[in-house]
Design a binder for this molecule. Structure first.
Ligand code: HEC
Ligand code: HEC
Length: 366
């Protein structure tokens, strides 16, 4: 006997309907792919709701140097509110005697990013927060030790009880940090007002820049949505930062990271393999995540390795059609922008995406 449900599923009309739905979804997603949106409140996971007390606890932890092995570094060391929640260095700071190998991204609007990191190896802010603490070249802390250390501080014992009704664990440390990070946002940029219907919010030059960004410049192929990223990975041919091979301590960090990711040829590595280390898929070799573009005036230098000091360097780079790499994405081609067009894109990027950034003052760290 034929199962009636299978029969229905096999029916021609149903398959046709499924095909139409599929096609519609594709059409809708492609149509919205190149659209910029004004910024809404960031998403919050159901199992880690925001509360004022949790945010405050997260802020204290963010500033607390106990989170690092030798007690000299906090998250602020590399994500300083005074410098756009970054450290303004091409290659980020690092644990004493070691060297980092990538640029420290600004944490402004990181709440909208999914996945996180230049190579997307963390799925949530809760998951991400433990990485820098454990990393040998970042905070180099032992998490069992950290839990005991914080349990020796009565203010933290009380605060975790109040916030979670439970004792201090690494997961709860990460949850509090993530809650705080979700409050670091840039809102009310001229572009948000413009997209919400205020036609006077952009100057004529910024408006021209917006049109090039979404039109001739083809930037919105990748920098799309409310936070200007499609959260996908591309090899756009960014030149290597020469310290990767010229500074033995940076080389060591690069090879160590590749080794622990399970890449067998890590000893001969001379460049940053990017997303490849996460997927081990050849097509991801040197692919990096499309970064969000808000508050660019604060977040220089640019790219995963900070090789571009100014926004003009970045615009020139895209105008040439990106860099030179055999694996480079076909989405980039020379743009032939005039000087006036370059100035307009610059005005759009530096001024129209500049909004009100959360101001954070040093809390009382117990
Ligand atoms: C020693 C410097 C350093 C310290 C300390 C540090 N970070 Fe970072 N952070 C970085 C670097 C470098 C990256 C990018 C690494 C990568 O993508 O491979 C990063 C990436 C991130 C990201 C991903 C952002 C995104 O949108 O993709 C978040 C979130 C973050 N850090 C939060 C924290 C928190 C929370 C702490 C404290 C527990 C912290 N960081 C401590 C250097 C640091
Ligand atoms: C094919 C997708 C793609 C297109 C098209 C594209 N970008 Fe990007 N963009 C990226 C990726 C990926 C990165 C990061 C690359 C890296 O670090 O190696 C990036 C980095 C940037 C940065 C540096 C941000 C930072 O915080 O470091 C800026 C600024 C930028 N793009 C602006 C533009 C502009 C302007 C255009 C159009 C002229 C454009 N992009 C077109 C994918 C794209």
């Amino acid at each position: 006997m034929i199962n009636p449900i299978v029969e229905i599923l096999n029916s021609k009309s149903l398959r046709l309907a499924a095909a139409v739905i599929c096609l519609l979804t594709i059409l809708i997603t492609t149509a919205s792919a190149a659209h910029l949106e004004s910024l809404k409140i960031p998403p919050v996971p159901a199992d880690n709701p925001q509360t004022p007390e949790k945010i405050e606890l997260g802020k204290r932890l963010f500033f607390d140097r106990r989170l690092s092995g030798d007690g000299t570094m906090s998250c602020v060391t590399c994500h300083d509110p005074e410098t756009g929640y970054s450290d303004r260095l091409a290659i980020s700071l690092s644990y004493p005697t070691t060297k980092n190998w990538r640029n420290s991204p600004s944490l402004i609007n990181t709440a909208y990013n999914d996945p996180l990191f230049w190579d997307g190896r963390a799925k949530s802010l809760e998951e991400q927060a433990l990485f820098p603490m454990m990393s040998a070249f970042e905070m180099n802390q032992n998490l069992d030790f950290l839990e005991e250390e914080l349990k020796g501080v009565p203010e933290y014992v009380d605060a975790f009880q109040k916030v979670f009704g439970r004792e201090i664990t690494r997961q709860r440390i990460a949850m509090a940090l993530a809650s705080f990070e979700r409050t670091i946002v840039s809102r009310n940029a001229p572009l948000d007002k413009y997209l919400d219907g205020d036609n006077t919010a952009l100057t004529p030059e910024q408006k021209k820049g917006y049109e090039i960004f979404t039109g001739k410049g083809k930037c919105a192929q990748c920098h799309t949505g409310a936070n200007f990223t499609n959260n996908k990975f591309y090899n756009i041919g960014v030149p290597e930062n020469s310290v990767l091979i010229n500074d033995p301590r940076v080389t060591a960090t690069m090879r160590f990271t590749a080794k622990v990711s399970g890449y067998k040829e890590y000893r001969s590595l001379t460049e940053d393999p990017g997303r490849y280390l996460v997927t081990k898929d050849k097509k991801d070799w040197k692919a990096f995540k499309t970064p969000g573009l808000r508050e660019l005036a604060l977040t220089y230098p640019y790219m995963h390795n900070g090789v571009f000091e100014t926004i003009d360097d970045v615009i020139e780079f895209f105008n040439r059609g990106g860099g030179v790499d055999k694996n480079k994405t076909p989405l980039l081609a020379p743009l032939n922008l005039s000087d006036a067009e370059k100035r307009a894109i610059r005005a759009f990027l530096l001024e129209a995406l500049k909004g009100d950034v959360t101001v954070v003052k040093m809390p009382d760290v117990p």
